[in-house]
Design a protein around this ligand. Structure first.
Ligand SMILES: Nc1ncnc2c1ncn2[C@@H]1O[C@H](COP(=O)(O)OP(=O)(O)OP(=O)(O)O)[C@@H](O)[C@H]1O
Ligand SMILES: Cc1cn([C@H]2C[C@H](O)[C@@H](COP(=O)(O)O)O2)c(=O)[nH]c1=O
Length: 222
């Protein structure tokens, strides 16, 4: 009996089996980085092994690709734009995210494939099947367990983002583009309500963090 109980007690938790992949999504200036930073601080306080990264970026290749994608001096057509995001994503998944999940760490990522569906799909108008095929190739089908969507009117978000300084290439796109992006994110959340935690990003930071931590803690069982 004792040996049976100890076997059960030592079953790996979902985290240790590498199943906890959390992404933050939303329009410009919605507060993703603010909330992600607070979540990471909470994971540290709780003693949960974790790794934090972002898209585009997170690898030496991804950092270079990020500089290209955000450079306001460059004109980039929708297809090469999507392929560049996908190249950064493929490198990040293979070299950073999957190894961390395999080590049993919680992975927290600032933007992921949903951003491509919203920005390059809804925003730029690229076809869904193309996005799905290339995203599958880039990620090997790796999907987050939890996606926190911070929803915000782009007028407010772009104002918030502007406090940081000069707008980057994406932030310079017109308001109609950013409205399509917002609508795209909301449509994605509507299609997968179990994966998405959709929050009104006009709420104060403490309220948002409490909701995010409750969702993470429930999935981690802490
Ligand atoms: N809940 C909030 N209410 C009001 N302002 C906020 C809130 N959360 C963050 N901010 C402020 O909004 C600005 C943008 O926040 P942050 O960089 O976290 O957003 P982001 O979604 O990561 O932006 P981007 O996608 O443009 O990188 C910052 O000045 C931040 O202090
Ligand atoms: C992953 C991803 C990102 N984008 C856009 C969204 C933002 O405008 C920038 C990234 O800047 P941030 O300060 O880190 O939010 O890139 C995109 O268009 N498509 C994507 O797949």
């Amino acid at each position: 009996m004792e040996s049976v109980r100890s076997t059960i007690d030592h079953q790996p938790s979902p985290t240790r089996r590498g199943l906890m992949f959390v992404t933050f999504e939303g329009p410009e200036g919605a507060g993703k980085t603010t909330q992600l930073t607070r979540l990471v601080a909470r994971l540290e306080r709780e003693g949960v092994a974790h790794m934090v990264t972002r898209e585009p970026g997170g690898t030496p290749l991804g950092s270079r690709v990020r500089d290209v994608l955000l450079d306001p001096a460059l004109e980039i057509d929708p297809l090469p734009e999507f392929l560049l995001y996908s190249a950064s994503r493929a490198q990040l998944v293979a070299n950073v995210i999957r190894p961390a999940l395999d080590r049993g760490e919680v992975v927290v990522c600032d933007r992921y494939a949903d951003s491509s569906l919203a920005y390059q799909g809804s925003g730029r108008g690229l076809e869904g099947a193309l996005l799905a095929d290339i995203t599958r190739a880039a990620t090997g089908g790796l999907s987050p367990n939890l996606t926190v969507l911070l929803d915000l009117d782009p007028v407010v978000g772009l104002e918030r983002a502007a406090r940081r300084g000069q707008p980057d290439r994406l932030e310079r796109a017109d308001l109609a583009f950013h409205q399509r992006v917002r609508a795209g994110f909301l449509a994605l959340a509507g299609r997968e309500p179990e994966r998405f935690l959709c929050l009104d990003a006009t709420q104060d930071e403490d309220t948002l963090q409490a909701a995010i931590w409750a969702a993470v803690a429930a999935r981690l069982g802490v």
